[in-house]
Design a binder for this molecule. Structure first.
Ligand SMILES: Nc1ncnc2c1ncn2[C@@H]1O[C@H](COP(=O)(O)OP(=O)(O)O)[C@@H](O)[C@H]1O
Ligand SMILES: [Mg+2]
Length: 369
């Protein structure tokens, strides 16, 4: 197992740059695009490490990766955990880890899943909408509990708008969530459970200008905010066990609130993240892959597992809520300073622009509602 592979779909800039960067470093490991022409149960691949950027859209790849993991490949991200994870669990875990998240309620899909009937829902009552609206308030966001790429994300201002949006969501299980009115917004890469890049992000800008913004919080408050976000990014990724992920924060009253942190194939395209963020992610990913390849032990499970799963296996039970820890400001990589742009007003009561924010769903045609 002397190879490092990358498995990908339509994206181009990151896979090429990743392979070139690993190979430039002249370690004992050669990087290449993963090549598959036969998959047999229990038979190992040639890869010490596989970076997976696409299996969420290709079930065949997910099964291939689980088999590879069983036979010793360090698959990034862990295909078992990734299959099990979704945004509602992420939020619930964040609550236990002491990371602030928006108040969130889980909604059953508006339409019944295929092959179910009215009688299949013996346990489900009508949702208590009054109590849900009272708890969450308005405006609110409604978005799929699993998925990404800004698909089927709605901002609603009242119950009528909410029900109208809900009617469009078909078989999707939805999160119904307090909207955070933010003064700053960030997207943070986390690689290898240690390298963190905090990028100012303006979600109200058009897709190609979302990274063309800068942090508004300044001085000591800014330093404290950066340190807190780094702490939260690491807590979340250690809890979940992701080697390669992004965390989004909306900052309200100086508090970073985690919005989206289930992005195991985060957008890393040079045209959206910009040259300097791209350079950071290519370098960090190449270093992480080589480090992981060196650590691979033959015939062992070389996956990363989060503290939630490890705690369960060790018998220590559910992770207890942690008291807010005061950590000193830590050095954090910061995105390229970029010119300030006036944020555009968010469109109200509308589907938020459905441009792909991650590689996650790129190969998948939008589901028919
Ligand atoms: N609770 C919220 N408060 C404020 N903005 C939100 C909230 N939830 C989502 N958004 C906005 O909608 C965008 C898409 O939602 P997100 O949870 O990131 O879904 P996706 O996984 O599809 O990217 C976010 O980048 C953010 O701008
Ligand atoms: Mg997002």
């Amino acid at each position: 197992m002397k190879k490092i592979g990358i498995l990908f779909g339509m994206e181009r800039s990151f896979p090429h740059a990743f392979v070139d960067r690993v190979n430039e470093k002249q370690s004992d490991f050669q990087a290449e695009f993963v090549s598959i022409d036969r998959v047999e149960q229990g038979v190992a691949t040639d890869y010490a490490v596989i970076i997976d950027r696409i299996s969420q859209d290709v079930p065949f790849y997910k099964a291939f990766l689980k088999n590879a993991a069983l036979t010793g490949t360090a698959v990034v991200n862990n295909p078992f955990w990734w299959s099990a994870d979704e945004k509602f669990f992420n939020n619930a875990l964040a609550v236990h880890l002491g990371v602030p998240v928006p108040k969130t309620i889980l909604l059953p899909s508006k339409e019944r899943p295929d092959d179910t009937r009215h009688e299949s829902f013996s346990n489900l009552q009508h949702m208590n909408w009054d109590s849900i609206f009272n708890r969450i308030g308005f405006p609110a966001f409604m978005k799929p509990h699993s998925g990404g790429g800004w698909k089927s994300v709605y901002k609603v201002d009242n119950p009528d708008e909410m029900f109208k949006a809900y009617d469009e969501t078909g078989q999707l299980v939805m999160l119904y969530q307090e909207a955070i009115d933010f003064t700053d917004y960030f997207r943070c890469y986390c690689i290898g459970g240690k390298d963190v890049l905090i990028m100012p992000y303006e979600p109200r800008n058009p897709h190609h200008l979302r990274y063309a913004t800068e942090m508004k919080t300044t001085g000591d408050a800014g330093k404290k905010l950066m340190a807190t976000m780094k702490d939260y990014v690491l807590k979340l990724n250690h809890g979940l066990g992701y080697d390669f992920n992004t965390v989004e924060f909306a900052v309200r009253d100086g508090v970073p609130i985690a919005i989206d942190f289930c992005n195991p194939a985060p957008d890393a395209d040079v045209n959206s993240v910009g040259q300097s963020n791209f350079e950071w992610v290519v370098e960090a990913a190449a270093n992480m892959a080589i480090e992981r390849a060196k650590q691979v032990q033959k015939g062992k499970d070389n996956l990363t597992w989060g503290t939630f799963v490890r705690g369960s296996i060790a018998g220590s039970g559910l992770i207890q809520p942690q008291a807010e820890k005061k950590s000193p400001p830590a050095p954090v990589a910061m995105g390229e300073p970029v010119k300030e742009l006036k944020p555009k007003k968010a469109e109200k009561n509308s589907k938020v622009e459905a441009k792909s924010d991650k590689v996650a769903k790129e190969d998948k045609p939008k589901k028919k509602k």
